[in-house]
Design a protein around this ligand. Structure first.
Ligand SMILES: C[S@@+](CC[C@H](N)C(=O)[O-])C[C@H]1O[C@@H](n2cnc3c(N)ncnc32)[C@H](O)[C@@H]1O
Length: 369
């Protein structure tokens, strides 16, 4: 069955596991979930989205251990990516026999991630939204989930809007985005240095570097990339762009490679790594949305519900650590962040810098939303 369920501004929701949701709860507006919305207004033309995701979910075991998903529970995965965390959570919350069906609400700003998940998560209790995780409160309110599922506390102690048993945000970018030549996430790609998670809005990074004043570009690279050679790199970009418009990811990476001292060129990471990170953070306003989410998302948790955050650099981790510590609604579970096991970092080098922090919504004293 295909039809229109919701249409939020710039937001598309889709649901697969239609009939299976029916027993979820009597207060669930099943009519909404029985319809499917999928408006393929964006189609990546760079690679087949029918191909399985290349992304390997990071710290999956630790996330499941922290969130303890059980049949009937409701989770938000704010960063769907290749769907690894979403899939594992959805399999764990599926209805058992005649029990209540659980649900995973999965968001991604990248329309290609949503499009791929339409295939790979078919049949699981998942609702997909092409949206920013910072907008979760409004979108989840539209879904009209019951405030009190089977595992929740009695209705009178559940704060308004507290409908989730757990939340996961796995920050940064996915391997599918890196693999897409047209997005510019890889240093070797001939495609434009775009770096936007949602390529339909905002400004691509190549435009930014061609119009920013060199001192502002240097500040940006220093602030979001923590790059000590930011001035040297910004000067090199400025001098190159006087000759031509810098557009491809490879060209920009080459300019940076030549700008840094020879000794730095063969280090553990490519010399353009921090600059690309800085530009990506800037064009996606990543830290701004993370801060908004850290203020807003805990209000969606039921008392006892947990929020797990995986970050990949110190700017993100600092924000998560401070927000968890200073939020009167939350009790920090991980005093220091959990790190991936050695076997995982060997098998998946991308996981090397991952830090997982977890907090729980207080049962008492955490009622402000
Ligand atoms: C590291 S990947 C997630 C991988 C995923 N956990 C998995 O197991 O495959 C991060 C994803 O978050 C998305 N993303 C980043 N910021 C976002 C935001 N503010 N709202 C929604 N999605 C976002 C990116 O587009 C990317 O697909």
């Amino acid at each position: 069955m295909l039809g229109v369920a919701f249409l939020f501004p710039s937001t598309f929701l889709s649901s697969f596991a239609t009939e299976k949701f029916a027993p979820f709860s009597t207060s669930w507006r099943t009519a909404k979930l029985h319809t499917v919305l999928f408006v393929p207004w964006f189609r990546s033309n760079s690679r087949s989205l029918n191909a399985p995701s290349q992304h390997v979910a990071v710290m999956l075991h630790e996330v499941l251990e922290a969130l303890e998903p059980r049949p009937g529970m409701v989770f938000l995965d704010g960063t769907l990516g290749g769907g690894g965390h979403t899939k594992a959570l959805a399999e764990a919350v599926k209805a058992e026999d005649k029990g209540a069906a659980g649900l995973v609400i999965a968001f991604d700003r990248d329309p290609a991630a949503i499009e791929r998940a339409e295939q790979t998560l078919a049949g699981l209790p998942v609702v997909l939204a092409n949206a920013n995780y910072a907008d979760a409160p409004e979108i989840i309110e539209e879904l009209q989930l019951p405030a009190c599922g089977e595992q929740a506390a009695p209705e009178e102690v559940v704060p308004d809007g507290a409908v989730l048993d757990g939340i996961i945000l796995d920050l940064g970018l996915s391997s599918d985005q890196i693999a897409d030549e047209q997005r510019g996430f890889s240093f070797h790609s001939e495609g434009p240095l775009d770096l936007r998670f949602d390529p339909t809005r905002g400004e691509p990074a190549w435009r930014l570097i061609n119009h920013l004043r060199p001192e502002n570009l240097a500040d940006l690279i220093y602030k979001y990339g923590e790059e000590r050679m930011s001035r040297r790199i910004a000067r090199a970009i400025e001098s190159e762009r006087r000759k031509r418009t810098l557009e491809s990811a490879r060209d920009v990476a080459d300019v940076i490679w030549k700008a840094v001292p020879a000794a730095v060129r063969h280090g553990r990471i490519h010399p353009a790594t921090r600059t690309f990170q800085a530009l990506r953070i800037a064009v996606n306003e990543e830290l701004k949305w993370l801060e908004v989410a850290l203020q807003r998302l805990p209000g969606l948790l039921k008392p006892g519900g947990k929020i797990a955050m995986i970050s990949f650099h110190s700017l993100e981790d600092r924000l998560v650590k401070q927000a968890f510590r200073d939020d009167p609604r939350l009790e920090v579970i991980t005093r220091s962040p959990r790190r991936p096991a050695e076997a995982e970092t060997e098998a998946n080098p991308r996981s090397r810098s991952a830090k997982l922090r977890v907090a729980r919504r207080m049962v008492d004293g955490g009622s402000q939303s």
